[in-house]
Design a protein around this ligand. Structure first.
Ligand code: SF4
Length: 94
């Protein structure tokens, strides 16, 4: 549950050459996706968070991994893979 340790500092966004907020968003999505308490609003949550990230103009992830290097809490990029799975499942209604 290290994803829950994200403090929202934004260091990952600042370090990313694309200004991507994927690691931060992935940490928050993972934190709730992995808990039974997070399941009731799981699809809506990931959809809303990704839409908001896009609306705010954050860049896309191009696997630079600078975010994980900069993160003071050691949030791993594996959470970005989970975020991608979650948004695909939500878009498919699963
Ligand atoms: S750098 Fe780490 S702790 Fe800070 S917002 Fe990004 S994922 Fe969260």
């Amino acid at each position: 549950m290290i994803a829950a340790e994200c403090v929202g500092c934004g260091a990952c966004v600042a370090a990313c050459p694309n200004g991507s907020a994927m690691l931060f968003t992935a940490a928050k999505v993972s934190q709730y996706a992995l808990l039974p308490q997070g399941h009731p609003e799981r699809k809506q949550r990931v959809t809303n968070m990704v839409n908001r990230m896009d609306d705010e103009g954050f860049g896309s992830c191009s696997n630079e991994y600078e975010c994980a290097v900069a993160c003071p809490k050691g949030i791993d990029v594996i959470n970005i893979a989970r975020l991608n799975r979650e948004i695909i499942k939500a878009s498919l209604g699963k």
